[in-house]
Design a protein around this ligand. Structure first.
Ligand code: 8DG
Length: 132
């Protein structure tokens, strides 16, 4: 089984809400809500991939020292195995913007289950609830 490494981030605002983004039409799992992030390129550090994706998707600047590892997802999809470290970030510069036209929502961790998310993400929710 091919292992796909995806770096993802729970951006946390001053009220303890977490940012989730809706996957756009045309992508696999369109319409599900996910943590911002994306695939780690060959020879790229996960933190650098996340910094790149957060800039591309949300127009914010993050430094590696502000990315705290929280937990990870390890999930067998039909055609690949997802390995997804989840970082927490409370400090960034710039205003969060939906650069790719994606819907964004700031959500209290206890409410994350109200949003349909990819199956890999569901075991991550209790970790966010515990932390926040
Ligand atoms: N970013 C992100 N991806 C997730 C989450 N949960 C989950 O199963 N995934 C899966 C969906 C995709 O199969 C993969 C991420 O790929 P992607 O399509 O967002 O990444 P990308 O922008 O680098 O991909 P691409 O369109 O360039 O091929 O991880 C999540 O919470 N956040």
């Amino acid at each position: 089984m091919r292992i796909v490494l995806v770096a993802a981030c729970a951006l946390v605002d001053v009220d303890g809400r977490v940012l989730i983004a809706k996957r756009p039409e045309g992508k696999p799992m369109a319409g599900l809500w996910e943590f911002p992030g994306g695939k780690v390129e060959p020879d790229e550090r996960p933190e650098d991939a996340l910094i790149r994706e957060l800039k591309e998707e949300l127009a914010i600047d993050v430094t590696a020292s502000c990315l705290a590892p929280l937990t990870f997802a390890s999930h067998a999809y039909e055609d690949f195995h997802l390995l997804m470290p989840l970082y927490v970030c409370r400090r960034w510069s710039g205003e969060v913007a939906a650069c790719e036209g994606q819907a964004l929502s700031w959500v209290r961790p206890v409410r994350l289950r109200d949003f349909p998310m990819p199956p890999a993400d569901l075991p991550l929710i209790p970790h966010l609830i515990d932390m926040l």
